[in-house]
Design a protein around this ligand. Structure first.
Ligand code: GLV
Ligand code: MG
Length: 313
């Protein structure tokens, strides 16, 4: 929330810890604070050096009374410092086409040197139905985040939670006279993740998980982030410093998996043929799986020398 003095004062410290700093102008900002938040987001852009950390702003939705002023004030002021605009409640490619044209006009008028990219939040039923077209809608598309709160509301899901499971969404084993029936919670987000990850993969853009609302339930946050990581997401939002620690741990390949992936690449330098490593068959396809892990480990190592040492990179 960039209208909060303490948040702006801490921005420099946060930039040193995270991959992306995102100023939020949308939901959670009180209506009478919308203009101060916009000014605060501009000030954060003006007063900080971001280095390898991205600076993003989540603007207000296209159908809100604040959207146009967000764009018209932010782009001229800090267009050269802003990497990505996060666009909430994207319903279809038309929303991105509109943003694309508007940004093109403003970039030309204000001589912005590089294109501002767009990140869509997937948080309406219509958006999910159109996610493939949204992902392919513009070369400005950087990625898509799953927004579980708005999406739950839009779909009429009966939950007040932001992400994670629900104790009533479960499967029950068949009855067996000798044993108590087993029951296990299921993942209500699995379908959406899979659809979003494929849409992003096909378009060459990046899928992210969005917010996890229960700040105190660190274990559930970690599980939600892990599910996102394993299904192909590259990151998640952090709403609290505790969640930054979890995200860093979860979205870095586990050290033993990173080391095993390196072994596969070393055993098959040409990327073809077949090899046995620790009793497991490796071929061209597993070489590609290993490369996903090692490429990510290298990204982590570039920012975190201790992790680089652990991966032997
Ligand atoms: C995020 O914006 C959400 O609605 O979950
Ligand atoms: Mg939302």
């Amino acid at each position: 929330p960039p209208q909060v003095d303490k948040v702006r004062a801490n921005a420099g410290d946060m930039i040193a810890q995270v991959d992306v700093l995102c100023s939020n102008l949308e939901d959670a900002i009180p209506f009478d604070q919308k203009a101060p938040a916009r000014r605060g987001a501009i000030e954060i852009g003006e007063q900080n050096t971001f280095g390898a950390t991205g600076y993003w702003i989540r603007i207000n939705a296209l159908n809100s009374p604040w959207h146009l002023d967000d764009i018209l004030e932010i782009v001229p002021a800090i267009g050269d410092k802003l990497d990505v605009i996060m666009v909430p409640k994207v319903e279809g490619p038309w929303d991105i086409h509109y943003m694309d044209q508007l940004l093109a006009q403003l970039e030309a008028k204000h001589q912005i040197k590089r294109p501002i990219l767009l990140h869509a939040i997937l948080e309406t039923a219509q958006g999910v139905a159109n996610v493939e077209a949204i992902a392919r809608s513009s070369p400005r598309m950087q990625g898509i985040s799953l927004g579980p709160a708005d999406l739950a509301a839009s779909r009429g899901m009966k939950t007040t939670r932001v992400g994670g499971g629900h104790p009533d969404y479960a499967m029950l084993a068949d009855p067996d006279a000798d044993k108590p029936r087993m029951r296990a919670q299921q993942d209500p987000w699995h379908y959406t993740f899979a659809k979003m990850v494929d849409a992003c993969g096909a378009a060459g853009i990046k899928p992210f998980y969005g917010p996890f609302g229960d700040i105190r339930d660190l274990a559930a946050c970690e599980q939600q982030f892990k599910n996102a990581f394993l299904l192909g997401c590259l990151g998640a939002w952090s709403l609290h410093p505790d969640q930054i620690t979890i995200a860093k741990r979860v979205f870095s390949p586990a050290v033993d998996e990173g080391l095993f992936a390196r072994k596969i690449l070393d055993a098959m330098p040409e990327g073809g043929g077949v090899a046995m490593i620790d009793g497991k068959m490796q071929d061209d396809a597993t070489w590609k799986q290993a490369k996903v892990m090692v490429d990510l480990a290298r990204l982590v190592a570039a920012k975190d020398p201790a992790m680089g040492q652990a991966y032997g990179l």
